[in-house]
Design a binder for this molecule. Structure first.
Ligand code: NDP
Length: 450
């Protein structure tokens, strides 16, 4: 495939660096596959898959507790529906813009395909910052957001979920407003509470799935988690349940972070300390610094403005799990990890590792798993929530966990098999990109030029 296609895609969306990064990564892996399949080329599948089917942007006005009227911007990127309804989370964070949401929606296409479930790709959100807002303010904002979003989603059309800044509280308010507008109780969102259509294991699924995936990676080298020190970034949903599963498998998480800084606990974060983090983040909505105030074995490092690397990644450990946000691991961080003998990095966040850092890790002999494979457990379990909603029946915790475990094992094996088939032996990123692409491309071929 000529580079012209890629150039056209990038030129059509100038000033969207995150989107460019995500598209280029996939392009480099699938280029040869497209050359080998003339119909992908003749039907211009790559250019079509890179252009959202629809983008909705809208005004979200809301009143704060002082009576001021604020305005935020809402978005939904409906990226690809070739294999199922649009599916992907909503992110509420001040850094949200179209570039970030297009990159996330693009990644979501391939991730969802890898799960083996019938889900297309989408993503949405707002530049609203829930931090420091009262429950009443968050409710008024989410209700205003849903007043517009409700016109564009549906349980067979587009099924959003949570992401950064959108957890159980926000999903509850969003679901309530959708139900009121449509006068219909359907599974239009996933991540719902257990008593009102949610699935067991959905809150845990991304973090658990990440560690299930890492267990498979370690097994290829005859290794286990037992006794391994693990670097984890973030302290939200994904980080918390990744730590829980690391501990359950005998590993030792030693770090956690938020956007203000990170803690390093040299004695390790055990189950009791993890409960403190969960309570701190989910109930008190506090900052990770408070962990170091409580536990003397921990030290706190505030984020340094202008720093070229993140000292969290220079702590000695065997495994690394970035679970906060995009581009949080750069080449300097990668070099520190290689020097310290990190053997595995699996992404809990979406695109947390820069392209240069990925190349360095792979060349440095670190096993690397891209988020679209290793964090797919969240959306996979959302898919299971949709199936339960459609059928009106609910599975046990053990049932859902077993299905999640199998899905992660299958994704792992698919990545390795596909990578080997196309000459990228052992490269999880290439395997994930190619396997996800082929599944969606074949559906697009079958469905005609849309
Ligand atoms: P949460 O909002 O629960 O937690 C996010 C964590 O990352 C918080 O600790 C937050 O700190 C930190 N963080 C957010 N933005 C930044 C930033 N710019 N710099 C440094 N730290 C930051 O989100 P999730 O745990 O749900 O999501 C984390 C990552 O996992 C995201 O990349 C998301 O896309 C990805 N993901 C999530 C899935 C899910 O099911 N939830 C599924 C698949 C992927 P602070 O509190 O200071 O903002």
């Amino acid at each position: 495939m000529s580079r012209e296609v890629l150039d056209r895609i990038l030129q059509r969306s100038p000033h969207e660096p995150e989107f460019h990064q995500a598209v280029e990564e996939v392009y480099l892996n699938v280029e040869k596959v497209i050359e080998q399949n003339p119909q992908y080329k003749n039907l211009n599948i790559f250019e079509r898959i890179s252009e959202p089917e629809r983008i909705i942007t809208f005004r979200v006005p809301w009143m704060d507790d002082q009576g001021n009227i604020n305005v935020n911007r809402g978005y939904r990127v409906q990226m690809n529906s070739a294999i199922g309804p649009y599916k992907g989370g909503l992110r509420f964070h001040p850094t949200v813009n179209l570039s970030v949401l297009k990159f996330l929606a693009f990644e979501q296409i391939f991730k969802n395909a890898l799960t083996g479930l019938p889900m297309g790709g989408g993503k949405g959100g707002s530049d609203f910052d829930p931090k420091g807002k009262s429950d009443a303010e968050v409710m008024r904002f989410t209700q205003s957001f849903m007043q517009e979003l409700a016109k564009h989603i549906g349980h067979r059309t587009d099924v959003p979920a949570g992401d950064i800044g959108v957890g159980g509280r926000e999903i509850g308010y969003l679901f309530g407003m959708y139900k009121k507008i449509n006068n219909e109780f359907v599974g239009v969102l996933t991540g719902k509470g257990l008593g009102w259509g949610g699935s067991l294991i959905r809150p845990e699924a991304t973090g658990y799935g990440l560690i299930y995936f890492a267990i498979e990676m370690l097994a290829t080298k005859g290794q286990k988690f037992e006794g391994k020190r693990c670097l984890v970034s973030g302290s939200g949903n994904v980080a918390q349940f990744a730590m829980e599963k690391i501990i359950a498998n005998g590993g030792i998480p030693v770090t956690a972070s938020d956007s203000s800084g990170f803690i390093y606990d040299k004695d390790g974060i055990d189950a009791e300390k993890l409960e403190f983090i969960k309570e701190l983040k989910e109930v008190k909505r506090g900052r990770i610094k408070e962990y170091a105030d409580k536990y003397p074995s921990a030290e706190y490092h505030a984020v340094e403005k202008g720093a070229t690397s993140n000292p969290l990644w220079s702590i000695k450990a065997e495994c690394a799990f970035p679970c906060a946000t995009q581009n949080e691991v750069n080449v300097e961080d990668a070099q520190h990890m290689i020097d310290n003998g990190v053997m595995l990095l699996a992404e809990g966040a979406n695109m947390p590792t820069t392209p240069e850092a990925i190349t360095m890790l792979q060349k440095g002999g670190v096993m690397y798993a891209p988020g679209k494979a290793s964090n797919a457990g969240g959306v996979a379990t959302s898919g299971l929530e949709m199936v339960q909603n459609y059928n009106g029946l609910y599975w046990t915790r053990e049932d859902v966990d077993e299905k999640l475990r199998n899905i992660m094992r299958n994704i792992h094996d698919t990545c390795l098999k596909t990578a080997a088939k196309y000459g990228f032996e052992g490269d999880y990123m290439a395997g994930a990109n190619i396997a996800g692409f082929i599944k969606v491309a074949d559906a697009m071929v079958a469905e005609g030029i849309l």
